[in-house]
Design a protein around this ligand. Structure first.
Ligand code: GDP
Ligand code: CA
Length: 328
């Protein structure tokens, strides 16, 4: 069975670990979000690709959910001693090596998709991990300039765009987001292999990743959404919103910015029946099932908390079983 998954960082990676355990013989292609990518200290950092790669490769900091296990921070401390920031973004020594190699390969002319493949040769994630695009896309968040903690650059409405990482890591998503802009997405092209994998898929899954800044950004790459609907195979999503709040992170802030309620049913409607055949909500949201079905999307309530690999595997089994039924 060929499975395509559109993944962000932690939510995507933890689900994928369960999927691999639930379907060990499946051929899994992961289309990774690169809207989180940022240049720091002259290096290209791809937070979501690395979270998937480290998690599936056994190198992730388990409790934190991102970054490397057994990490040290000597390089970052030395940079700080030189007064070189940004001080708000933490990068560990082991993690630095990944970004050095990636940046070196970019300078040598390799596209991000080839670099990701090269990095995965070490980590053996057991899936094919492809960035959504080889082109530069960066998600920016529009906030009120007065909330930004810096005087620079407000427009005439007193608003300012900051990089998603700055919004999330420096500002802790604590100020209202007025809009989310996947800068560069409109001009981007799907990376080699992305459309082909979608066209050959037997099932397409949206893991419980952020619907706006993870899956939404992937869908903003022209051609990807169209390829998914054209594939004519079951598309099943799992809600990252449980009990009207994100399980972790800032999906509520991002949903508000795009005018969507932070509920499991509203996220399904946001994806729409044009894209989704089935939507899994958590058992605490069982009352939402009827509402999702009214929107023309099949819906079931099952436990959706990824407390361990087996819990995530059970979610994957539910998604695959649902897929085999929705179009039958
Ligand atoms: P990020 O790029 O690291 O933010 O990760 P993703 O976009 O892949 O996933 C973030 C989303 O995962 C958040 O909206 C969380 O609500 C969701 N999430 C995290 N853990 C769980 C879980 O155990 N169950 C569910 N249903 N969602 C989760
Ligand atoms: Ca992310």
């Amino acid at each position: 069975m060929r499975i395509v998954v559109l993944a962000g960082g932690i939510g995507g990676a933890r689900f994928l670990r369960g999927l691999k355990s639930a379907a060990p013989d499946a051929d899994i292609t992961v289309i990774g979000n690169t809207g989180d990518d940022i240049h720091l200290f002259g290096l290209k950092v791809c937070p979501d690709l690395d979270t998937v790669m480290y998690t599936l490769g056994g190198g992730v900091h388990e409790e934190q959910g991102w970054g490397r296990a057994e990490e040290t921070f000597a390089v970052k401390e030395e940079l700080t001693a030189y007064g070189v920031g940004p001080e708000w973004f933490s990068l560990g020594d082991r993690d630095f090596a990944t970004h050095i190699i990636r940046t070196q390969m970019i300078a040598a002319g390799y596209p991000l998709s080839a670099i990701t493949e090269a990095l995965c040769a070490r980590w053996q994630p057991g899936v094919r991990l492809i960035p959504m695009t080889d082109d530069r896309v960066e998600t920016h968040v529009v906030i009120s300039a007065s909330d930004s903690g810096s005087a620079a650059g407000p427009d005439d409405r007193g608003r300012k765009a900051v990089h998603l990482q700055e919004y999330w890591v420096r500002l802790h998503a604590s100020v209202p987001a007025h809009a989310v802009l996947p800068v560069g997405a409109e001009q981007s092209k799907p990376a080699p292999g992305v459309l082909e994998a979608i066209a050959k898929a037997d099932v397409i899954l949206f893991p419980p990743s952020n619907p706006v800044v993870s899956v939404g950004t992937i869908l903003a790459v022209p051609g990807i959404r169209e390829a998914i609907t054209a594939a004519g195979v079951p598309v099943i999503g799992l809600s990252p919103i449980v009990g009207n709040a994100p399980v972790r992170g800032m999906a509520d802030k991002m949903l508000t910015a795009v005018g969507v309620e932070a509920t499991a049913a509203a996220v399904a409607a946001h994806y729409s029946s044009a894209l989704l055949d089935g939507w899994l909500v958590d058992t605490v949201d069982a009352a939402a099932v009827g509402k999702v079905e009214e929107a023309g999307i099949g819906c079931r309530a099952v436990p959706l908390m990824m407390t361990d690999v087996e819990a995530a595997a059970q979610m994957a089994r539910e998604a695959l079983a649902f897929a085999s039924e929705v179009r039958a």
